[in-house]
Design a protein around this ligand. Structure first.
Ligand code: NZQ
Ligand code: ZN
Length: 392
């Protein structure tokens, strides 16, 4: 492990089919009114809303409803959530839903006691909170983002055509998260596979960086193998509890700050995907899938050794008698065939992106330099153009 780092994770997790019963214990730790945050209604259809509100009532807790959090939550909705929290003197933000609800709750948590506009302060100027932060709890219904155990929050501003993520400090991590894999069973297959690809890509974003072979890389490979294995079971039988529970647990570990230790981390697939999302409103995991292969083929020569290791360790490509270039290319082919089995998007045109959007999407792509190649703007445009068509 080269370099220096600190590690702290503030979130307490409750995992499994019985995990919701621990909500009672957690509620007792936080006073004031509960702001019950949920999305467009899935939790009302699958019974999770009734189960959670039943516990709130049983515990005699007042709560204010804050539903309608859309996938890829917006700056306008965030301002609305802050208003609700202020008017009701809320003491706990309880997100019941996927990453969007959880991210939104975190963004509200740092904004309630702050006079600045939250979009401008946190998602344009990337300032850190200098005010009291409300506690956040999460009852997760979708596996993918890892938001349940990290300090990330991603907000979309449609007027500005920008989707921006802010990774806050440990004080913004949910205080607790409840992970019942059964709650994810009602996800439509398209959302399930988008979440699976999101998990896989989070691991890739951290794995494809650095020259040394560190402990984080070995953990990352284990997580990748687990998600590939479970995903193939889950697409055949989405009701398979064992597969779905492994996917949920892998999602948490893929992005809860563990496997970034000692890594510079890449995150360019996410930067491209977020900008595609700002223009199309497409599902997060699908935007990542649609730009991944052109991006990885582009940077492969700059991180050849790691791409060859990815091929042999994750995809069991036989290295005998082959060059690193051939091994690495074979690994990406294996990854592509897995993506086809999942049924994720393989082009941004499938998601509604068109040639005339390319320059704007490139403008909205935040450029990072932790991966194997710092892209130029021309390279971003080239990768986006290649992403318009499914790879040959
Ligand atoms: O809104 P409802 O009706 O609840 O429906 C949701 C939504 O339409 C539905 N859904 C969720 N659980 C369900 C369900 N439908 C049926 N049964 C269930 N059990 O699924 C749809 C997508 O939900 P959403 O929360 O938007 O998905 P996800 O968890 O993928 O979150 C996406 C957001 O997280 C951000 C993304 O950019 C995006 O804005 N990310 C957050 C990260 C973080 N905090 O670290 C990292 C990620 O890379 C990502 O950027
Ligand atoms: Zn993601």
């Amino acid at each position: 492990m080269l370099g220096n780092f600190s590690y702290q994770n503030a979130t307490k997790l409750y995992f499994g089919e019985d995990s919701l019963r621990f909500l009672k214990d957690e509620l007792a730790k936080y006073g004031g009114k509960v702001q019950l945050i949920y999305g467009g209604g899935s939790v009302k259809r699958n019974g999770v809303y009734d189960a959670v509100t039943g516990i709130l009532r049983e515990c005699g807790r007042d709560f204010v409803e804050d539903g309608g959090v859309m996938p890829n939550p917006t700056a306008d909705k965030l301002r609305d959530g802050v208003r609700i929290a202020r008017e009701n003197h809320v003491g706990l933000l309880l997100a019941v839903g996927g990453g969007s609800c959880c991210d939104y709750a975190k963004a509200v948590s740092v904004s309630v006691h702050c006079d600045d506009d939250p979009w401008e302060k946190y998602f344009e100027r990337y300032e850190e909170p200098d005010c009291e932060i409300l506690p956040v709890g999460c009852v997760l219904t979708m596996a993918g983002t890892g938001s349940e155990m990290n300090a990330g929050s991603v907000i979309t501003n449609h007027e500005k055509k920008r989707k921006a993520g802010h990774v806050f400090g440990p004080e913004v991590m949910p205080k607790f998260s409840i992970l019942n894999p059964r709650f994810t069973m009602s996800l439509p297959k398209r959302q399930m596979v988008a979440g699976i690809y999101d998990i896989f890509n989070h691991i890739c974003e951290q794995y494809f960086s650095g020259e040394d072979d560190c402990t984080s890389d070995y953990i990352a490979e284990g997580l990748m193998k687990s998600v590939i294995h479970s995903s193939l079971i889950a697409i055949g039988n989405p009701e398979d509890y064992e597969a779905r529970s492994n996917i949920m647990w892998t999602a948490t570990w893929a992005l809860n700050t563990l496997i970034e230790c000692g890594k510079s981390t890449d995150w360019m697939v996410h930067m491209l995907g977020h900008s595609v999302g700002a223009y199309t409103g497409a599902t997060h995991g699908m935007t990542l899938a649609a730009v991944s292969l052109p991006y990885y083929r582009h940077i492969m020569p700059f991180g050849l050794k790691r791409f060859a290791r990815f091929a042999t360790e994750v995809w069991q490509v036989d290295p005998a008698g082959r060059t690193d270039e051939e091994i690495a290319a074979e690994g990406l082919k294996e990854m592509e065939s897995w993506m086809k089995k999942l049924g994720v998007a393989l082009s941004i045109s499938e998601l509604g992106a068109t040639e005339d959007m390319i320059e704007g999407i490139a403008d909205g792509t935040v450029m990072l330099d932790g991966g194997y190649k710092k892209l130029t703007r021309d390279e971003v445009v080239q990768i986006l153009r290649e992403s318009l068509l499914p790879s040959a």
